[in-house]
Design a protein around this ligand. Structure first.
Ligand code: SAH
Length: 415
């Protein structure tokens, strides 16, 4: 007699009182060490239900036995059936948020920003007709074909590329035969993908590049830089592929220096400049690349030669233990950046370290400005752009502060 295996009972979790409170308040993560009881072992991507002490439904989420974030919440408060309509609605909600933000001048942006859009541990970026799906939990891998069906129907992309956070890569290969950079849908890629941001043309290395190939999260700050750059000599430190520089050039910068430790990044910057030569202000702007450690280069080149300095280093605190060191490094970097500014210059200092809070970072840069002994005016601060919403404390990571040194006195007339 042929028997079919009994379906496994639903994976059920009970958790600490603190975790109950956290889930009830809408936090999207349940950590492994908060689990008090589990009816059976679970596998990656299974749906698990969390019940409170009185056996009431608390949350439903994706289980990941390999991650300290053991459950990522999909629904909390009321039980819901995750049927086709539920997934479609979840996708549509995120799309509705982005559609009014972008026209055909901006074809690179984030469609899905993980937990903040109700897609925990999953990012979906658009680069023209290529989608890049980046996963931060194994839990999505058994659901990949479902995701691809959804994304294909919604976006009709020419291509979908899979990116995997580094810590997932061994298990993804071993258990799911998936590798970072796999093309899941569409033809192989011959080179980088071209896309538009605010009318400028950029390339993204979606297969191997950092993040998903481009720092889409700095778009709004780049737009600010365009509006501040006219006539200025600009230093773009930690330039990567020259994102800020292209905006500064189009904004009428007199000269541009891209400074990065990576020759590969600077080659990308040169190609991005070449792609935008049809714009007269870009082609008129002198563009230099310097391959060096930005801290060393700024220390060794003390003369104030720039009118606009952009500092956008990689995360300087990858864990909590590195926080204090990172704050010292941000302050030192800001001091070096200010020293490189000619009178009347503008500084943009950025941080993408989630472990350094916005108030801490802004205080650090203000302290560096005060210690420089030069009068300055704060032009403004910024955090995440609208296609990277942050809906829970750990999701905040991006900070930017603009300071104008020796600002001109306020004008007296009506103009
Ligand atoms: N501002 C960029 C993103 C910067 S990413 C944009 O808008 O696209 C950080 C960059 O810093 C990377 O390109 C990396 O190569 C570079 N980098 C890392 N450490 C560095 C160092 N010590 N000195 C100079 N560049 C560095």
């Amino acid at each position: 007699m042929v028997t079919t295996p009994e379906p496994l009972p639903r994976l059920r979790l009970r958790v600490s009182a603190a975790a109950e409170t956290s889930l009830r308040s809408g936090h999207p993560w349940l950590f492994a060490d908060s689990i008090r009881d589990q009816n059976r072992p679970g596998s990656p991507g299974e749906l698990a239900v969390v019940y409170d002490r009185r056996n009431r439904f608390l949350a439903l989420g994706l289980f990941d036995p390999e991650s300290p974030i053991r459950l990522r919440v999909l629904e909390a408060g009321k039980p819901r059936k995750l049927d086709a309509a539920w997934w479609q609605e979840r996708l549509e909600r995120a799309c509705a948020l982005r559609r009014p933000l972008f026209d055909d001048q901006t074809t690179g942006f984030r469609w899905l920003h993980g937990e903040n859009d109700g897609w925990p541990g999953l990012v979906l970026d658009r680069y023209a007709d290529t989608l890049v799906l980046k996963l931060y939990t194994l839990a999505w891998l058994p659901r990949l074909s479902h995701l691809l069906d959804l994304f294909r129907a919604q976006f009709r992309p020419a291509r979908i590329v899979l990116r995997l956070s580094r810590n997932l890569q061994p298990a993804a290969l071993q258990h799911f035969s998936r590798s970072d950079g796999d093309i899941l849908v569409g033809p192989p890629l011959e080179g980088p993908v071209l896309f538009h941001e605010s009318g400028l043309l950029f390339e993204a290395d979606v297969i191997r590049g950092q993040k998903t190939g481009f720092f889409l999260d700095q778009r709004e700050n780049r737009r600010q830089i365009e509006s501040l750059a006219r006539g200025r000599r600009v230093l773009n430190a930690f330039s990567f592929s020259g994102g800020f520089s292209l905006y500064a050039a189009r904004g009428g910068a007199a000269a541009l220096t891209d400074l990065d430790i990576s020759a590969h990044a600077l080659e990308g910057a040169r190609r991005n400049f070449a792609l935008n030569q049809s714009h007269p202000l870009v082609s008129a702007c002198a563009h230099h690349c310097v391959q060096a450690d930005a801290f060393d280069w700024l220390s060794q080149n003390p003369s104030p030669r720039f009118d606009l300095v952009i500092l956008d280093p990689p995360s300087l605190a990858r864990r909590e233990a590195e926080r204090a060191g990172a704050i010292r490094a941000y302050q030192r970097l800001a001091a070096l950046g200010i020293r490189a500014l000619a009178p009347g210059g503008i500084l943009l200092a950025c941080s993408c370290s989630a472990h350094v809070s916005a108030p801490e970072f802004f205080q650090t840069i203000r302290r560096a400005a005060a210690q420089s002994g030069r009068p300055s005016l704060e032009l403004g601060t910024a955090t995440e752009p609208p296609d990277h919403p942050a809906t829970f404390p750990e999701a905040h990571y991006l900070k930017a502060i603009f300071l104008h040194f020796e600002p001109p006195p306020p004008s007296e007339g009506p103009f």
